[in-house]
Write a protein that binds this ligand. Structure first.
Ligand SMILES: [Zn+2]
Ligand SMILES: [Zn+2]
Length: 426
């Protein structure tokens, strides 16, 4: 018979970025807690967060319907007018047989944002009424997982870039849905940011520490931040609170990250050689690669947009590949130098990577909007799918890199130990 799991409530937090265990000192409700070792933000308190977060999520749901039910943009060119809703771009990609791209765009700007709003409401309103409903723990787990893949704010920046790009050949008129979408992006980010995740998890399951043996080394669940004894990880490998898979360290983290980096480097070549879109007009056909697109913007004096596209499409992917390679090599060499510096580099890389999706959305929007038959037509190029794959692969590479390995070099892959911690508490 397996040993009984001891459940308890402890005032500890384990930093998921470096693996150090720390006591949570009592602070006022709106304080931020940062990791004493690597500086990662462990917890943000927002005082009375529940009512504003629920109200914002509810407003978000209404805005989501407005943003998708009405025309988003109108394009006027030589007497012709073309309107587009948010999903018109997805339909246009689908018609061009770019199924994988259409799915990626659909998931990141429609499915995940809607999921995010519905799950927030399913968690927050019952919490307000203190009613537990079935599936809340599973849905909260998926909300945490899906969050980086909900990319409305990036789509928003892409809309601005597209409008500027089209500015000198056509008139771009924002529709009612665009104003709703602007508000929606701000409101949903604010709602998710306000939610006190630690508080919500402890409402769903009061205990946050699970052990089987006294004084065993403990590790954290990266979804719900529960602390879990080594014996439970060895035995079931699942978090007793949220049922997520838990590892002492991500298995084969370095191998997985290396494989994903190599795949991304290989795809980065066709992404830059082949055209990302083809522009047909009655005067001829023009093909744009990622780089020639930037040059074109500069030639038309659109400096600000050129800088945004250059950073998101060229600098960020290369910087991400270089930094991740450097991190993998330094961990392999068991380097103990510049620990804080490397931890910071990883956090920046992890945060910034999704913004490279801008170019994918810009081409999607152009494909949807510029459909004027003989006057002008945009088709997605072969490089687009390769480029989207580079962005997704580098995001996976960053996620599969276990940043705790950076810190393991200075102390070996040990975990924090409760008895050790009790000693420091005295
Ligand atoms: Zn830390
Ligand atoms: Zn968990």
């Amino acid at each position: 018979m397996p040993p009984v799991i001891h459940e308890q409530k402890v005032d500890w937090l384990m930093c998921h970025k470096c693996g150090s265990l720390q006591t949570v000192i009592p602070v006022s409700a709106d304080f931020e807690l940062h990791c004493g070792q690597c500086g990662h933000k462990l917890h943000v308190g927002h005082g009375a967060w529940l009512d504003p977060a629920s109200a914002l999520a509810l407003t978000g749901l209404i805005l989501f319907f407005i943003a998708n039910a009405f025309p988003f943009l109108y394009l006027k060119i030589a007497g012709f007018s073309q309107g587009a809703s948010i999903l018109t771009g997805v339909v246009a990609l689908y018609e061009h047989k770019a199924y994988l791209l259409a799915t990626t765009v659909f998931v990141t700007i429609f499915a995940f944002p809607l999921f995010e709003i519905l799950v927030l409401l399913y968690l927050l309103i019952p919490y307000r009424l203190n009613r537990r409903l079935p599936g809340q723990i599973t849905l909260f787990r998926w909300l945490v997982r899906a969050q980086p893949w909900s990319m409305m704010e990036i789509f928003l920046l892409a809309v601005l870039v597209t409008s500027v790009k089209l500015g000198d050949m056509a008139r771009v008129i924002p529709g009612v849905a665009m104003y709703a979408f602007f508000a929606l992006v701000a409101i949903i980010s604010a709602s998710y940011w306000l939610v006190d995740k630690r508080n919500l998890w402890s409402w769903l399951h009061f205990n946050n520490c699970f052990t089987q043996v006294d004084d065993e080394p403990i590790y954290d669940c990266h979804i719900c931040e529960a602390m879990i004894g080594e014996s439970i990880i060895n035995q079931s490998g699942h978090c007793p609170r949220c049922n997520a898979r838990v590892h002492k360290r991500i298995p084969n983290s370095l191998q997985k990250t290396t494989a994903l980096i190599i795949a991304a480097i290989i795809l980065y070549i066709p992404a830059n050689i082949f055209p990302i879109m083809t522009f047909h007009t009655f005067t001829g056909t023009r093909e744009d690669t990622i780089f020639s697109g930037v040059v074109e913007l500069i030639a038309h004096g659109m400096w600000a947009v050129a800088v945004v596209v250059f950073l998101a499409s060229i600098v960020v992917p290369i910087a991400k590949l270089v930094i991740l390679s450097y991190l993998v090599i330094s961990v392999r060499k068991k380097s103990t130098s510049a620990l804080h510096h490397r931890a910071l580099l990883y956090r920046i890389t992890d945060w910034v990577g999704r913004w490279s999706m801008i170019d994918v959305y810009v081409v999607t929007l152009l494909t949807a909007l510029v459909q004027f038959g003989i006057l002008g037509r945009v088709e997605p190029g072969g490089a687009l799918i390769a480029f989207a794959a580079v962005v997704v692969l580098t995001m996976f590479a960053a996620h599969s890199f276990d940043s705790r390995l950076i810190w393991d070099a200075q102390k070996g892959p040990s975990s924090s130990n409760m008895s050790l911690l009790n000693k420091t508490q005295d």
